[in-house]
Design a binder for this molecule. Structure first.
Ligand code: BJW
Length: 265
């Protein structure tokens, strides 16, 4: 493992990001923490107040749709009130730097908050869906945001039903036991399998198949780095663990990459 010297991250990481052609990134809830979106498994995270088995699988949804719909309504409200933070901005800037020099960049996110798109990232796979979309589990019609707001504004005891057929409305997110959207996971796997350098940012690396992406990158020869204030089950298997918050580390890292890229062009 490369030991960072004099900075949070190593010169090797900066050089690889400034010079290689293909860059891949995986993000998790930690990158949105500094925007004010709670993570799942940290203290005070979403799983502390609500058990995942109660809320994030289809059986639980069918048993208590109003509870699950209410939880997602709450999360949509949280997200509507927050903005991308310097970590999201830095990844959008990194994409620009890499594509400007003719390289390719891909960002796979487990987050459903849309903050990477709002920060300006373009090549993004949303592996676990999006909170902004809601559909009927019977006729599959997508409900408009206005319909969702109106239907889920009632008290938590009321289930939101499709205005067309009366089926239950559910968020377009991926729950445990469900397949990830094929196009998104394929793009993410391709990017991981061909990356020269791969970053894993703000994820506990316990949920698969997303947690396998940095390992795919490593197995295919990429230089891999994890950015997280805590170590994860993957830390020892990657080239570098950068201990810090994404909103602190990423802007500094991208600034160093920008400087090196300018010097060598
Ligand atoms: C900071 C920070 C700061 C804090 N800066 N960092 C292989 C082995 C074992 C099991 C499986 C396997 N393959 C599949 C499975 C089953 C299952 C699974 O993985 N289970 C494990 C839990 C054991 N996976 C699935 O079911 C997946 N589907 C699938 O594989 O389909 C095929 C299949 C089907 C059936 C059988 C077998 C195969 C689907 C997984 C769906 C996950 N869904 C959720 C909910 C999404 C909707 C929603 O948002 O409500 O996705 S669960 C939840 O966890 C959410 C997240 O995206 C995901 C990952 O969490 P994340 O992002 O890592 O957040 P945290 O909170 O865990 O971590 C935050 C981190 O940030 C921490 O490390 C902090 O330290 C750090 N941090 N501040 C940087 N400022």
């Amino acid at each position: 493992m490369h030991q960072p010297v004099g900075d949070l991250f190593s010169d090797t990481l900066v050089e690889r990001l400034a010079r290689t052609r293909r860059v891949g990134v995986l993000t998790g809830a930690g990158i949105s923490a500094e925007s004010g979106v709670p993570t799942f498994r940290d203290e005070g995270g979403l799983w502390q107040r609500f058990k995942p088995e109660e809320l994030a699988n289809v059986k639980a949804f069918l048993e208590n749709p109003a509870l699950v719909q209410g939880w997602y309504r709450h999360r949509r409200e949280v997200i509507e009130g927050v903005d991308p933070n310097p970590g999201h901005d830095a990844l959008a800037a990194l994409e620009q730097l890499v594509t400007e020099r003719g390289g390719s960049f891909h960002l796979a996110t487990q987050n459903v908050d849309g903050l990477h798109h709002r920060a300006g990232s373009e090549s993004v796979s949303e592996l676990h869906g999006s909170l902004t979309r809601t559909y009927c589990i019977d006729c599959e019609r997508e409900a408009t945001p206005d319909e969702v707001a109106a239907l889920t504004n009632a008290d938590d005891e009321t289930r939101a039903e499709c205005p067309d057929c009366g089926g239950l409305l559910r968020p377009d997110v991926v729950w445990f036991g469900e397949q990830l959207p094929e196009t998104e996971i394929r793009a993410a796997e391709r990017a991981a399998g061909t990356a020269d350098v791969y970053l894993s940012v703000g994820t506990s690396s316990v949920v698969f198949p997303a947690a396998g992406l940095p390992l795919t990158a490593a197995a295919n020869g990429a230089y891999t780095a994890e950015i997280n204030p805590e170590r994860t089950p993957l830390s020892r298997q990657l080239d570098e663990h950068v201990s810090g918050k994404a909103g602190d580390v990423l802007p500094r890292l991208v600034e160093r990459v920008r400087t090196m890229q300018a010097e060598t062009s």
